[in-house]
Design a protein around this ligand. Structure first.
Ligand SMILES: [Zn+2]
Ligand SMILES: [Zn+2]
Length: 207
């Protein structure tokens, strides 16, 4: 995931960009900002993409707003994903992450620079999104220069970054213990079991 020179600036690895677009589903500028945020945070911590649960990410986006696409870029770059359970969405309505090096007990917070974000929110792309046009239906001639811009901007134009700070995190251990719901017969891991009318059932069957 190295960076190569581009017009005098550092840029993101093109493979990572393509992976992000494939995973995310469309071309937009917010997903690549998430890629850059993740790369920057990993660089500050001196860590590599999470293969299992080496990293944990608190992501401040959500519950529903423009630029949440950022979150898919963060997952692509850091390897902190919902499937691995090493990411949590805080729903603060901000394009910011705190990335934690679990073993090294260090963390860093990266937030999109308000100056950059305000300009981005005033773009034609966002205007068209506001009017209800799907991102995949917006002309690449409008989207691609915005993506290129995200790729070539220096870190400090795009982000504000905290110092690296101590962070002690006790990771949750994934359980292998499972049951069969006595009503629907489906396999349920232990956190999802409830007792209803003396029967061991899943959450859906307990309601
Ligand atoms: Zn998007
Ligand atoms: Zn059930």
């Amino acid at each position: 995931m190295g960076r190569t020179g581009y017009g005098g600036f550092k840029v993101l690895d093109k493979d990572l960009l393509e992976l992000g677009i494939k995973f995310h589903g469309h071309r937009c500028p917010a997903m690549p900002i998430g890629l850059r945020a993740g790369e920057l945070a990993m660089g500050k911590l001196g860590v590599k993409r999470s293969q299992d649960k080496e990293l944990f990410c608190f992501m401040e986006i959500g519950p529903a707003h423009a630029t949440m696409c950022f979150g898919d870029g963060v997952q692509t770059a850091t390897g902190c994903t919902y499937g691995k359970g090493n990411i949590e969405r805080l729903n603060y309505g901000k394009n910011a992450i705190t990335l934690i090096d679990v073993k090294g007990r260090k963390a860093v917070r990266v937030v999109v620079n308000p100056e950059f974000q305000k300009k981005a929110l005033a773009s034609t792309f966002v205007q068209m999104r506001k009017e209800g046009i799907a991102p995949q239906d917006i002309d690449p001639a409008i989207v691609d220069p915005l993506i290129e811009n995200v790729l070539k901007q220096p870190d400090d134009v795009l982000f504000k970054v905290s110092d690296v700070f101590d962070y002690d995190m006790k990771p949750k251990k994934g359980t292998f213990e499972y049951y069969e719901c006595e009503r629907c017969g489906e396999v349920v891991f232990s956190y999802g079991m409830r007792i209803k009318d003396g029967k061991l059932v899943c959450i859906t069957c307990s309601e």
